[in-house]
Design a protein around this ligand. Structure first.
Ligand SMILES: *[C@@H]1O[C@H](CO)[C@@H](O)[C@H](O)[C@H]1NC(C)=O
Length: 273
């Protein structure tokens, strides 16, 4: 199953792919996470972020309004919004994904109305690079050119991010940042096993930790809590189903980290009990 993307594959990336893709991001907007903060688009004194995972705990939560009232709203992967606004809100300032997880979400959650990344004026797209696919898609999308190789091969420029998306809307996590998160925050016991080669923090974990490193205040919603067996896997599931675990992530370790950060006052984690 290609969910198990091969982290080590980055080392094999052709230098030219990396170089030509990253050169595109060399604009002032791509230097900062909050590139619109300075122009006073927001009026609060500190940067308040809502970071929204896709957990079933959000079903019936009625947190949508509260989420949308933050300066920035972060979302991830199969973040279906239509019909779920009361519980999860409707704004998306930052959408975090890898090309692989986005395509998987489009396949798996089309049934619940997930058609692709949210598109709005404020939305920025943050790639979590785990494959040369990510650099290739980012370049093609921002330059409006077709992709002539790999699984996203297309005759026309990719339209996942809207027809007239600009380069200012794209960001990409530095692979060293992901390594730092893995080593300092989520150094799982899986690293001592055969799963070492595929293990990495989940996309949601990278999103939440990136927010913790950049926002002044982080309110996290829809992340796994110790009572997770009481909720469906996702808030948009049509039928209740148990949380699924994958061999390339350590979701229980992530859950314990969110509890620690919450108890230390570093995040405010939405819990129902
Ligand atoms: C979501 O909540 C509603 C109301 O409590 C419930 O009927 C429904 O089964 C829940 N959905 C899932 C997938 O658990």
């Amino acid at each position: 199953m290609n969910h198990f993307s091969f982290w080590g594959g980055l080392c094999l990336l052709l230098f030219t792919v990396l170089n030509s893709s990253l050169a595109i991001l060399n604009t002032p907007a791509n230097r900062l996470m909050f590139d619109d903060w300075e122009n006073g688009a927001h009026r609060s004194e500190c940067i308040r972020c809502a970071v929204v995972g896709n957990g079933g705990i959000l079903n019936g939560s009625r947190k949508g309004k509260e989420i949308d009232e933050h300066d920035y709203v972060f979302r991830v992967n199969g973040a279906a919004l239509t019909g779920f606004e009361n519980d999860v809100g409707s704004r998306t300032s930052f959408y975090t994904f890898s090309t692989n997880t986005m395509r998987n979400s489009m396949r798996s959650y089309a049934r619940v109305g997930y058609r692709g990344p949210p598109i709005s004026k404020e939305t920025r797209y943050i790639f979590l690079p785990d494959h040369d696919r990510d650099y290739i898609l980012m370049k093609a999308a921002s330059t409006h050119t077709a992709i002539d190789q790999g699984p996203e091969r297309s005759k026309n420029p990719p339209t996942y991010f809207g027809e007239d998306v600009t380069v200012e809307k794209f960001k990409i996590y530095h692979p060293d940042f992901i390594r730092y998160l893995r080593n300092r925050f989520l150094h799982s016991n899986l690293l001592k096993t055969g799963a070492r080669r595929i293990y990495r923090p989940s996309t949601g974990a990278v999103m939440l930790l990136a927010a913790i490193h950049t926002c002044d205040q982080v309110d996290a919603y829809g992340f796994m809590t110790p009572d997770y067996t009481l909720y469906s896997d996702h808030y948009y599931d049509k039928q209740r189903r148990a949380v699924r675990f994958f061999a390339n992530h350590d979701m229980r370790m992530e859950m314990r980290l969110w509890q620690e950060l919450h108890n230390a006052g570093l995040i405010n984690l939405f819990m129902r009990q």
